[in-house]
Design a protein around this ligand. Structure first.
Ligand code: GLN
Length: 317
């Protein structure tokens, strides 16, 4: 058995036990409640799926749980915006730096000139990115985003969770403030209706997925934009490189530095408890654990990924 085959079979054999150990970490977090509809998520759930290029999957724990992608979807709107506008078009509206602040912070928008969001993975940045998605109407933009998600997830039934969408839209006072601030700073232009831009953003955040979907999407990124089943280049390699770099530097918000040290892989978390990560060229990984720490990342999910990275020496460094 070669080294990677040995790793794969060890992963399959050990994963259920490792999930149960990490599940104990759910006691140290709780599901997000600022979007009221997310508060009822199963607090002790933890699931994971790992997919390799051949299509084989190892999964364990509550991997059948459906959850909204939330901020994980920002990686894909970034890619779509890059495909629609090119690098120059995107980087006129968002920067390339981590903030060190909370994901929904407004601080640096006012503090640091020229008042564009620091990066596309914080809320302000992702709202700006929503305005860059091509389409005549918010519905058409949303439709294009979902078509893209379905393509990468290999499942054309992916839809949004209406209740989560409505719940977020009704209570998004902070995201509304960010968006109006962006309008004042002229990051959102005259043609950009603030409520319409926000609608696209809330819609893609509500996209429903399982760990398997997230693992497959992560695998496309791990393969530099290539579909593992067809070999087709779905996303230009350069854009995938940009997205993965942002995942590494900003994907876990103001815990990205700690995650880089503990796990050492590009990753993106969402407030429904999902984490998408990948081992370049080898695996896409989807994790869900709705109990979050203070920074908005899954407590048990991060714990499990640290274990795996240590066991198999997955850190990029
Ligand atoms: N929809 C969420 C919000 O805007 C996404 C944030 C997240 O997943 N961290 O607050």
């Amino acid at each position: 058995m070669d080294r990677s085959e040995e790793e794969w079979s060890r992963l399959g054999a050990q994963l259920p036990a490792w999930v149960e150990i990490s599940r104990e970490m759910t006691a140290f977090g709780r599901p997000a409640s600022y979007i009221p509809e997310l508060a009822g998520a199963p607090a002790h759930a933890l699931g994971i799926a790992v997919m390799e290029p051949s299509g084989r999957i190892v999964a364990a724990g509550d991997c059948g749980l459906r959850f909204t992608m939330q901020s994980i979807s920002k990686v894909f709107t970034l890619l779509l915006a890059l495909m629609d506008n090119g690098e120059e078009g995107v980087f006129r509206k968002v920067g390339m730096e981590p903030t060190g602040d909370d994901f929904n912070s407004m601080l640096k928008l006012e503090l640091v000139e020229p008042g564009i969001p620091f990066n596309p993975l914080i809320n302000a940045g992702a709202i700006a990115i929503s305005s860059l998605i091509a389409g005549a109407t918010p519905a058409e933009k949303t439709q294009r985003i979902f078509a893209f998600l379905r393509r990468l997830a290999g499942d054309d039934t992916i839809v949004g969770d209406e209740a989560v969408y409505a719940s977020e839209s009704a209570t998004a006072f902070r995201n509304r403030s960010l968006a109006y601030f962006l309008k004042d700073n002229r990051v959102l232009e005259d043609k950009d209706d603030v409520e319409e831009v926000l609608d696209v953003y809330f819609r893609h955040c509500s996209a429903l997925a399982t760990c398997r979907h997230i693992a497959r999407m992560g695998l496309v990124l791990a393969l530099g934009g290539v579909d593992p089943a067809t070999g087709e280049q779905l996303v230009p390699r350069r854009f995938v490189q940009i997205a993965k770099t942002f995942m590494f530097s900003c994907g876990m918000y103001n815990a990205s530095g700690e995650f880089a040290i503990r796990v050492g892989l590009p990753a993106k978390s969402g407030v429904a408890g999902g984490i998408m990560t990948l081992v370049p060229g080898r695996y896409g990984i989807g994790v869900v654990g709705p109990a979050l720490n203070g920074k908005g990342n899954s407590t048990a999910g991060v714990h499990l990924l640290e274990k795996l990275s240590r066991e198999f020496d997955w850190s990029l460094f």
